[in-house]
Design a protein around this ligand. Structure first.
Ligand SMILES: [Zn+2]
Length: 442
């Protein structure tokens, strides 16, 4: 590790990668194409198919060795959605169905509302949930803490006899916007669920506190069709000395059907493509293979990440880096700790921090233990190796996450350049280091 520390900052190739990344407008132009000309990219959609072909072509134009890895993905279609508060007022209610939700029965569901702000409150309602629409109103306690209500709310309300769930959007910002995201059903008995705005949830809570009788009608026209074929887009710069050792840069190409998936996760995709292309354009090859992977179906299935791990048993991934926390300013890395001893992870942090030396002056300097990313999770779990998740300034992220407002205008082109510089510099160092920070692959 010490050898790496001594050489990293002095490597003129790293300096060149950083300088050229910070000067290039190409990834921004690509992000405009992806968001404006292709648009939303939910699994099963024509948009995702087009994005896969587009990414393959971009990588080929950049001289990478490209392959499409076929993956079967779910095909959920939103359909028409509407809701109305029938009493104590008569007015429309803004809803956005949760991904993978079953539809309401023909004619919709009309029922009284009960409100619960926690699992404990839901359980305390007991049988009174029967035949009702449950409004789940969990306060924001961070994404990881709160998202469980979106994932399991329908199942748990169904277990108490509820007909449907309306969920307070999982967000830290109240701007009268509903946020979608996937739910998970465990069994075959399923009830529909939709997001409502934080403001609407708070209003239902106030009515509940004042013991008003509240009635809502909900219509969700979603449809679960047969799985369709999609693909992970994989592009390599093949290593000169150890081609079978891989440094992976990853992100997900699919998005929700609202907005255009600019922050989640289109910007990271163009950054990953550009970082690997810049390494490929050097007149010297990396010792190890540097690989871009644009995963499919992160949002409602994780089939791309699972298929990649399954197809790469026996392939040595010395490091896997995922960028999937928006494109606010790049701050550093989170070192995956889920399948490793905490003391070991702490011992890897200084070595990872040294990788940031070439971009530290651009504000990229934080290294901490934690969750790296969803798509590389199955790979790391099965095959080990160093897992890194890019840390970003997320102060503007949860406001637009999984909404119509996830569009390119929220992104600063300068932040995209810093991301490319960071990914290129770190991937190059990992691909050439005689000694690697982090765990050996299994
Ligand atoms: Zn994402």
């Amino acid at each position: 590790m010490i050898a790496l520390l001594a050489t990293a900052a002095a490597d003129p190739i790293v300096d060149r990668l950083v300088r050229e990344s910070l000067a290039s407008d190409e990834p921004w132009a690509e992000l405009v194409e992806l968001c404006d000309d292709i648009g939303p990219r939910l699994s099963g959609s024509r948009g995702l198919d087009r994005a896969v072909r587009w990414a393959r072509q971009k990588m080929q134009e950049d001289g990478l060795a490209v392959q499409l890895q076929p993956v079967d993905v779910p095909h959920w279609v939103r359909g028409a959605e509407s809701a109305r508060i029938l009493s104590p007022v008569d007015e429309p209610l803004d809803v956005l169905g949760l991904g993978m939700s079953v539809p309401t029965p023909p004619g919709g569901i009309e029922a009284q509302v009960v409100v619960a702000s926690s699992w404990d409150e839901l359980e305390a309602i007991g049988d009174s949930a029967r035949g009702r629409i449950v409004v789940l109103d969990p306060p924001w306690q961070g994404y990881g803490e709160t998202v469980g209500y979106r994932w399991a709310g329908a199942d748990r309300a169904m277990a108490q006899g509820a007909l449907a769930v309306l969920l307070r959007s999982v967000t830290d910002t109240d701007l009268a916007v509903p946020h979608t995201g996937t739910l998970g059903y465990e069994g075959d008995q399923r009830i529909p669920a939709a997001a409502i705005t934080p403001e609407a949830a708070a209003r239902f809570r106030r009515w509940s506190d004042r013991q008003r009788t509240v009635t809502v009608r909900l219509d969700l026209g979603s449809e679960m069709r047969a799985d369709v074929s999609s693909a992970n887009v994989v592009g390599d710069v093949v290593g000169s000395e150890k081609p079978d050792e891989i440094v992976l840069l990853g992100c997900h190409l699919d998005s929700w059907d609202v907005g255009t998936g600019a922050q989640d996760d289109g910007a990271a995709c163009v950054a990953v493509m550009e970082a690997v292309a810049r390494i490929g354009a050097l007149d010297v090859k990396p010792r190890r293979t540097v690989r871009a992977v644009l995963f499919t179906n992160e949002e409602n299935g994780l089939k791309g990440g699972e298929a990649y791990a399954a197809a790469n048993a026996g392939k040595v991934h010395v490091a896997a880096i995922e960028s999937d926390t928006g494109m606010g300013g790049t701050l550093g890395f989170r070192v995956e700790d889920r399948w490793y001893e905490a003391a070991d992870v702490q011992a890897w942090l200084p070595g990872v921090a040294e990788l940031l030396a070439p971009v530290r002056s651009h504000g990229v300097q934080t290294v901490e233990a934690g969750y790296s990313g969803a798509d590389i999770g199955p790979l790391l779990k099965a095959h080990g190796g160093l897992g890194l998740g890019v840390l970003h300034d997320m102060s503007g992220y949860w406001a637009i996450h999984h909404t119509e407002a996830d569009t390119i205008d929220k992104i600063d082109p300068a932040d995209l350049k810093t991301e490319v510089a960071t990914l290129a510099a770190v991937a190059w160092q990992l691909a050439n280091a005689p000694t690697l920070p982090g765990p050996a692959p299994k």
